[in-house]
Design a protein around this ligand. Structure first.
Ligand code: PMP
Length: 294
């Protein structure tokens, strides 16, 4: 396995970062996860746009221009001979003496990791997964905005520990007002009276790229969408529930706490449309030249 570290691809065993790296010491940094279909990084521009947004929120100067980041991503995929993969791009504040001041670090650390994508078990899509509502409150957006895709994931990890203890796949966090926010690595949707509901960005969530695509696809297919502030009781009263993220795409939910659901028609339809969207994207990008993935 090979990893892109700073300016080149190196064997994974040589991809080492200092213990003085502020990503390690303070979680000071940002990341993106992307999915690769048939050698094409889906929504690469959108992910890089969000990466730059995260960087600007934390005053981090990304040490590379967008075309160079794209080359680094594709070089990593090529080095690992991957066509169906997930890619993680991490940028930390970099090496520096102990202390919070970001100016202690002269050069951000830049890493691209790529691994083979292993499909989720089929029953996850056919029957759905289980969730809990976590007792862990989502970071207050005025304190640490979930729109920053930061390396500091403890808020989510605490909720994930609860999910594991409850033997379920994902935990949904509420915001400080008690409204639904998001999962530890996903956005949540539910259907009520035929309307597709999902927490608005104002609720303090990451505006997931999959979430955005799913909302557009729903509207295009005549499904009314409502973004807003919803309570757990509204979720329990839903006719169907699903979660979204880059690797899961659209994953139906069969239980939230003690409430059971059936994998529903809207989730099925949106998953189908999402995959169609992916196919179209891959065809289009493969047709673009000069190609980085041939
Ligand atoms: N919320 C959180 C907290 C996440 O970590 C993720 C995964 N990146 C998402 C939502 C879904 O975002 P996306 O659809 O862009 O993968």
């Amino acid at each position: 396995m090979f990893v892109y570290l700073n300016n080149k691809v190196v064997p994974a065993a040589e991809a080492k970062v200092s213990v003085f790296d502020h990503g390690f010491l303070y979680g000071d940094g940002i990341y993106e996860t992307m999915r690769v279909y048939d050698g094409v990084v889906f929504m690469l521009d959108e992910h890089l746009e969000r990466l730059y947004r995260s960087a600007s929120f934390i005053g981090l100067d990304i040490p590379k221009k967008i075309p160079d980041i794209k080359i680094a991503v594709y070089e990593t995929l090529q080095a690992n001979k991957l066509t169906g993969a997930y890619v993680r791009l991490t940028i930390s504040r970099g090496y520096g003496p102990i202390g919070l001041d970001p100016d202690l670090c002269k050069e951000p650390t830049f890493v691209v990791m790529a691994n083979e994508f292993k499909n989720y078990p089929k029953p996850y899509y056919e029957e759905g997964i289980k969730l809990i509502i976590s007792s862990v409150t989502r970071n207050f957006k005025e304190a640490l905005n979930p729109q920053i895709k930061s390396l500091n994931f403890l808020n989510n990890i605490l909720a994930k520990i609860e999910a594991k203890q409850a033997d379920v796949y994902e935990a949904i966090m509420l915001n400080a007002a008690g409204h639904l926010a998001e999962g530890t690595i996903s956005n949540i949707f539910f259907v009520k009276d035929g309307i597709l509901c999902t927490p608005s960005v104002e609720c303090g969530i990451l505006d997931g790229i999959t979430r955005g695509i799913v909302i557009d696809l729903a509207v295009k297919n005549g499904i009314e969408v409502k973004e807003g502030a919803f309570t757990p009781d509204e979720l329990y009263g839903a006719s169907e529930v699903f979660i979204t993220n880059t690797t899961m795409e659209v994953m139906p939910v069969r239980g939230v706490d003690k409430k059971e659901f059936k994998a529903g028609d809207i989730a099925r339809l949106l998953l189908k449309k999402y995959r169609h969207e992916v196919d179209g994207y891959v065809k289009e990008k493969k047709g673009e030249g000069p190609s980085l993935w041939e």
